[in-house]
Design a protein around this ligand. Sequence first.
Ligand code: BGC
Length: 733
Amino acid sequence: MNHKLQPTRWALALTAAFAVQFSAQAAPDAAEQRAAQLVSQMTIDEKIDLVFGHFGSEWQKKPPVEGARPQSAGYLKGIQRLGVTPQWQTDAGIGVASQPGARPRERSSLPSGIATAATWNPALAFQGGAMIGNEARLSGFNVMLAGGVNLAREPRNGRNFEYGGEDPLLAGTMVGEQIRGIQSEHVVSTMKHYGFNDQETGRNILNVKIGEQAGRMSDLLAFQIALEHGQPGSVMCSYNRVNGDFACENDWLLNKVLKGDWGWKGYVMSDWGATHSTSPAAINGLDQQSGYPFDKSNYFEGALREAVLDGHVPMARLDDMARRVLWALGSTGALDHPVNDEPNKIDYAAHARVSQADAEEGIVLLKNDKGLLPLGSNVALKRIAIIGGHADKGVLSGGGSAQVYPIGGMAVPNEGPKAWPGPTVFLPNSPMKALAARTRAKISYDEGKDLASAARVAAGADVVLVFATQWTSEGKDVPDLSLPNKQDALIAAVAKANPNTVVVLETGGPVTMPWLDQVAGVVEAWFPGTGGGDAIARVLSGEVDASGRLPLTFPVSESQLPRPKLDGVGLKPDTRFDVDYDIEGAAVGYKWFEAKGQKPLFAFGHGLSYTRFGYANLKAEPADGSIRVSFSVSNQGARAGKAVPEVFVSKVGGGWEAPKRLGGWDKLALNPGETRSSTVNIDPRTLAVFDPSSHSWKIAAGDYQVTLATAADAPVASVTVRLPAREFAAGAR
Ligand code: BGC
């Protein structure tokens, strides 16, 4: 972010070229021309070097390939004589991660992706992206495997913490802005895991069944929107099969949708171990095999060379693969801005501020019945009891390949699994210490292991804060939505001892709350990153407003889900199984709940503030083939706060997969008494239905209801607009 690189004239020309939306038929841009020129000078072996990736770390006691950065995800050779940089690849979405090993690199960590989505603030997503992109380049990496945009179709998915929630517009916008931020540092970003990799259980073997219409209007729409915002250099295809074919050799996903309809010029890399063949993979759209020896064979090395030489894969296709890699490196500026491993140049203090700002806006105040929060505003505070969650030491983070190791070491050593995806990492920023610095009240701490002791500590306090954690990770889904390790019983016991109890959750996704009626408040802090303890303390104490809103529905119980039981659980390894996403189709999350008339525990978009907002002057009119909505928001309370007006759209008379869809939103900072107006342009795809037979989006002529709301279940005002029929191409908007 802060480095002083000057863009080259070539890079400036490119920026201008990108002001114009690319399309399948567009004339070659400068990066394409340069890529083609480079490829024309290459030998077949040099082309292979660009598309055959090695794992960057020790593997089964074998040292990593020469040239790889220590404990990294991946490495591909460069071509020195042509000035083509090696590709140094690192995970991922919350910062520069480390593969397991003796000396993980310690770097700044953003809050989890789901927390960033909960800010509903695209500018924060961009800044966070730029921050981690900067740390990547100063750690010697020019490809970040960051940009996870799988929809939270399955709330038990262990990786939901890495993604952007359940709505395609929100997830696509937020993750797309993060990608744009990363690439602003001349580091290639990787949109992943394409596609429908929405659960971890059986991820290598499962087959997703989904119809084209439902797929285009849900998961694929999230990817499409992220791609428009971020224009990632690279896309990672996922482990699973989709409608019978592996995602990494899936002609429909890769050639037809991604490269065809969306006109994307970058390269598809496989997930680590997700390549299954040479010719079918190459022909069906895979451009780069990643992380060998994770796959059974080095398909894109000697075998690809041979397939090209004997004509099974045309040389033109290998050229295309190499060109796409070079386009990504060129269009992002990675070719012209070499990276170096010089972490002493990282401005960690500035980066901690970026991360903390993100965490603060992502914290969601779910319940505040007695007005206990902000602390001290309603109840005189002499004694605060803090219970559980290692709140005296730090904040939780999510596990797996995205794990960033904290500066200052692990706050709680020896937690969780010894082997990958462990260990369970707590970042050393204690919410308790951060709160102690902000209050005169006496704080007592109990670790929450013994119910009687926790209840005793709670009973003597004016307010009790219970920190409840749920560690989630790659490679594993949660068995159900309950808090683990008997924390439900702990919360119930504490609330019984003292009704002035507020639960602070650090979870990877939604949890059920059998104790909800017994507690006065609930705060969802997710995995809040490097400055997480301070962020939590600032929200609890009211130094900042609680302005996060849920990016996914919190169900009452698993019985409300499209799949009450998670598919694949209990099957013998290697048993193939189908996951039927046609059950809910495009009705993911709140859309499913509304289509079924079910009341969730907390709805998508929900989140309280410490102030009160008033909404007025809602207007909507047809504009640019869609709808333009305007309204005003006033802060009617006594504190500064941030409103998140949400605009939902419905087709009058029905006919969609669900009664309504999120069409747009705004986030406004308002001082007491201040009023501001806002204009929201509805994404036209949220008014349309994808028609697979005409291969286009269709907005039907008729009346559309526009609803201004503070959550999916909390409408404020509605107006109706009449629209003419409109049809537009699959890749347009
Ligand atoms: C994950 C990817 C990650 C890759 C490299 C895989 O296990 O699914 O998200 O980028 O490993 O570490």
